[in-house]
Design a protein around this ligand. Structure first.
Ligand code: FE2
Length: 446
């Protein structure tokens, strides 16, 4: 694109043929924001499907389909969404998205690692053809590459999306302004600013999420009638530095006193206080806490001290306790935590802090596997299941995504798995199904 501002017209219609227009407008696509447009459409009716398209000069975009949220007071009885994460482009094709696009869903929730900054892994099927991005131009090119994938395009064109980032949109395992790959915080924040801007430009995010330098507010609570509240959390931007690794790469390492310090935060003070208010205000039958990673404790025993994965909630136990206390205090209905990041499917019961013995969980947790990123070995997962009986299911050999079907009666979670992500056109089938009954915390295999 030339470095000029371009007028982009948009249309929203009630029918696929665009005979009944519901809204239209023009946005200015500015070179300073990668010629992206973020149209905020007002006046649509709640809880229905719309189609949309863009026009710039003689170019007309393909048609996208979306769906508005049900009105806050609606007595909606069914809601279906998929959640996904971790799509390393080189390690497989996005066949999981091709399958997702064919389903009847109200929403897609993306929990991070939409791009990967680095090349890694076994048996790569395609290449980034570029090194690790650090500038705005380089991050934009990485998004352009991922966004050219036809299966990913199909999933965007079929549903509305909610999206949050994890670490690989910026740099592996970073925490706020700390990164083991760029030790100088000032230099790292420049990379983070470029990465956040490219993410905002390329994702369906509102103007309110537009970064100001290295900061952007992307956590939010979304309501879908009386059936569902989704709290979408950002656990990367504000978190304390990794514990017990002295500035190095976090990983599964030996416990130390730093890990349990009460001042350590995962969400940052402001987001934590905000979340506590949302827990009090949540009014849906189901309360979905959508965040990046596994919340349940996963201790690893060995010859020496216990070991923990310091990049996840296990590196921030005091912050996890405060979050669970907030749930216990405010009692939002049917709390269900969903996550990604681990490249494996997990099902866990989350106990109230200090209560492992009552047998009554506080909340249910589901972590979905990666779209393509390679998973952990079975030996480690077997040991993890044995040492952590509250983790009911852990399987890392399959790639895919998760579906959630909510009704007044229950919440049914399906782990959808692709046969072989390294083969184009590979089929997707159900790997496992779990259900949570209304009013009964904890999940059961279904
Ligand atoms: Fe990942």
């Amino acid at each position: 694109m030339p470095p000029e501002t371009v007028a982009v017209e948009w249309q929203v219609a009630e029918d696929e043929g665009f005979t009944r227009l519901a809204a239209r407008g023009t946005e200015m696509a500015e070179p300073g924001f990668g010629h992206s447009v973020h149209a905020e459409v007002r006046g649509l009716r709640p809880g229905r499907v719309y189609w949309y398209r863009f026009r710039a000069g003689q170019a007309v975009s393909p048609i996208g389909r979306t769906r508005t949220a049900p009105a806050a007071a609606a007595n909606n009885e069914r809601f279906r969404f998929a959640f996904a994460s971790c799509q390393q482009y080189e390690q497989g094709y996005f066949g999981a998205y091709r399958d997702m696009a064919r389903r009847d869903l109200d929403l897609v929730v993306h929990l991070g690692d939409y791009i990967y900054e680095k090349s890694w892994g076994r048996h790569l099927v395609r290449r980034h053809e570029a090194g690790i991005p650090t500038t705005l131009r380089e991050f934009r090119n990485r998004y352009a590459l991922y966004k050219l994938d036809a299966d990913l395009q199909a999933a965007h064109a079929a549903f509305p999306w909610l999206a949050v980032w994890d670490d690989h949109e910026v740099a592996d395992d970073y925490a706020d302004d700390r990164s083991y790959t760029t030790r100088d915080p000032e230099r790292f924040l420049k990379i983070r600013a470029a990465a956040y801007q490219a993410y905002w430009e390329h994702m369906p995010l509102p103007l309110s999420a537009r970064p100001r330098g290295p900061a952007a507010t992307i956590y939010e609570r979304y309501r879908f009638g009386r059936l569902l509240d989704i709290m979408l959390l950002d656990d990367r931007q504000y978190r304390s530095a990794p514990a017990c690794v002295n500035g190095g790469r976090p990983g599964t390492v030996a416990d130390c006193a730093e890990r349990s310090q009460p001042g350590r935060t995962m969400l940052g003070k402001a987001q934590e206080a905000w979340l506590d208010r949302q827990m009090a205000a949540a009014a849906g039958r189901w309360t979905i806490v959508a965040q990046q990673t596994l919340m349940a404790e996963l201790v690893r025993h060995g010859d020496g001290p216990d070991r923990y994965w310091m990049d996840g909630w296990d590196g921030y136990p005091a912050a996890r306790t405060r979050l669970l206390e907030s749930i216990r205090r405010h009692r939002p209905r049917n709390p269900v935590v969903v996550g990604g990041d681990r490249h494996a499917n997990f099902v866990a019961d989350l106990a109230a802090p200090g209560d492992r013995s009552s047998g009554v969980p506080l909340a249910s947790e589901f972590v979905g596997t990666s779209i393509t990123s390679q998973g952990p070995g079975e030996k480690g997962l077997h040991d993890a299941r044995t040492a952590n009986p509250h983790i009911k299911y852990a399987r890392g050999d399959k790639r895919g995504y998760a579906t959630v079907e909510l009704s007044a009666k229950n919440c049914v979670v399906g782990f959808e798995a692709i046969d072989d992500e390294k083969q184009a056109g590979s089929a997707v089938r159900r790997l496992a199904t779990f259900a949570v009954e209304d009013g009964v915390p904890g999940s059961k295999a279904a």
